[in-house]
Ligand binder design. Structure first.
Ligand SMILES: Cc1cc2nc3c(=O)[nH]c(=O)nc-3n(C[C@H](O)[C@H](O)[C@H](O)COP(=O)(O)OP(=O)(O)OC[C@H]3O[C@@H](n4cnc5c(N)ncnc54)[C@H](O)[C@@H]3O)c2cc1C
Length: 408
């Protein structure tokens, strides 16, 4: 396995790190100040500082770095992009500044790989340009959505139209003032084999019958201006050319969508862990209690050492998963992808959890990003599929591999 940075990655890393230091970090406070703090998504506005950052990042060539297809993005492999995603993980506002934020990244990947020419022209182009935002509507309030075959909302063919009905929730990004469409996962043929029952359909948000019912709070925060919406779809009629790839091919698309996206999320989580650790170290070295710097008290030095080891392990495992996807495809990397999904957000959560008490009361305030980092990491342990589901996948694959080895 070769995880060495290519010349291109090294050059991009240097430029990205400079941009993060000179442009993104100083903009964080202004970004927060521009948010209204309301739970009502109808009054949310895109902070002007974000549009300014996007324009600068685009001019600097730090744009759509996640896309391996050179025609549309940077043309980097997963191993090459991973260190860049890690750098972006140091700031909550960075991914959008570089047009590398979820769920738009996953939706762009879907449209690049499976979209028709007219779908690309109408939806992919403005997404690539950062002019619009999008959402992904799979999870439903009425069914256990960690098992995606449970999805009950329907996408039914009627003549030359497809009709959407049902209720989705946790649709991230749907409250964004620039959000224009969602990719809707719906049941098309209940009699087909489990993984051929569902379709993915592009649904414009202004289609009659689409209604955002409310925004869900996450750890008491609405994630303005993107939000996570509960959305009803009532008798939504769309031309059949809004189906992606074909009726019943939703799971085929989902497989392709999730592998690289998980590398992005995990490397960003590792970046978040690094940020928490550096805040921890800075505070522990400069604050004194009982006559000593905090780092010399109790087991604090051990905490630093344990975090360093945990971060290094998580990064190497994530790079291994990225390398496997690049060289053997997503299917060959299934166990490693699930492993990093458990490990990387857990390390980020641990790092934030350890850094909070070192900061005392300030650690749980908004004066430092630690409480937000903690919530972000805990949420990741659910949003990309719960830890328990990933553990189930790892165990199943392990037992299968052990059986194959022993010939049982
Ligand atoms: C902040 C946030 C953003 C999200 N963004 C999106 C989005 O943009 N689009 C979208 O479609 N969805 C999104 N989701 C939804 C997310 O994908 C689901 O919440 C997740 O898949 C779990 O589904 P569920 O909530 O229905 O939990 P359930 O499926 O009801 O599971 C509940 C619990 O049951 C247990 N469990 C389930 N399966 C197993 C198993 N095999 N083994 C052991 N225990 C198990 C686990 O503890 C699990 O947490 C988001 C969620 C959050 C919190």
């Amino acid at each position: 396995m070769d995880f060495a940075h290519s010349e291109r990655t090294q050059a991009l890393r240097d430029r990205l790190a400079r941009f993060m230091r000179d442009e993104v970090a100083p903009a964080e406070t202004a970004y927060r100040a521009e948010l209204g703090g309301s739970g009502d998504w109808r009054v949310w506005r895109q902070p002007a500082v974000m549009e300014a950052l996007k324009a600068k990042a685009r001019d600097a060539g730090l744009w759509n770095l996640f896309l391996p297809e050179a025609e549309y993005g940077a043309g980097l492999s997963n191993v090459e992009y991973a260190p860049l995603a890690e750098i972006m993980g140091h700031s909550f506002i960075a991914p959008e500044a570089f047009n590398c934020n979820a769920p738009d990244t996953g939706n762009m990947e879907v449209l690049v790989r499976y979209g028709s020419q007219s779908q690309k022209d109408r939806w992919l182009k403005p997404l690539l340009a950062g002019e619009i935002r999008s959402a992904f509507c799979m999870t439903e309030p009425d069914v256990a959505s960690s098992d995606a075959t449970n999805m009950r909302a329907t996408a039914t063919i009627q003549g030359n139209q497809i009709v959407l009905d049902g209720r989705k929730w946790w649709s991230t990004g749907i409250g964004h003032p620039h959000c224009r469409f969602a990719i809707f996962m719906g049941l098309s043929d209940p009699q087909a084999p489990a993984h051929q029952r569902h379709s993915m359909v592009i649904c414009p948000l202004d289609a009659p019958g689409v209604q955002i019912e409310r925004m869900l709070a996450v750890f008491h925060d609405h994630d303005e201006p993107s939000g996570h919406g509960e959305v009803s779809f009532t008798d939504v009629h769309l031309p059949v050319d809004h189906v992606i790839l074909g009726v019943g091919r939703g799971f085929e698309i989902a497989q392709g969508r999730l592998g690289p996206g998980r590398i992005h999320h995990c490397m960003r989580a590792i970046g978040a862990a690094e940020r928490a650790l550096s805040l921890l170290c800075a505070r522990a070295a400069t604050r004194t209690a009982f006559g000593k710097p905090l780092i010399e008290l109790g087991g604090n030095a051990d905490i630093v050492a344990d975090l360093r080891m945990a971060i290094e392990q998580a990064r190497l495992l994530t790079l291994k998963a990225a390398w496997l996807i690049d060289t053997h495809g997503v299917k060959a990397a299934m166990s490693e992808i699930s492993q990093i999904k458990v490990i990387a957000p857990m390390v980020a959560q641990k790092a934030a959890d350890a850094a909070m008490p070192i900061h005392g009361g300030a650690g749980v305030s908004d004066d430092f990003p630690l409480a937000a980092l903690y919530a972000y990491a805990r949420v990741l342990r659910l949003a990309d599929g719960p830890d328990e589901v990933h553990r189930g996948v790892i165990a199943k694959l392990e037992i299968k591999a052990q059986k194959a080895r022993s010939g049982a």
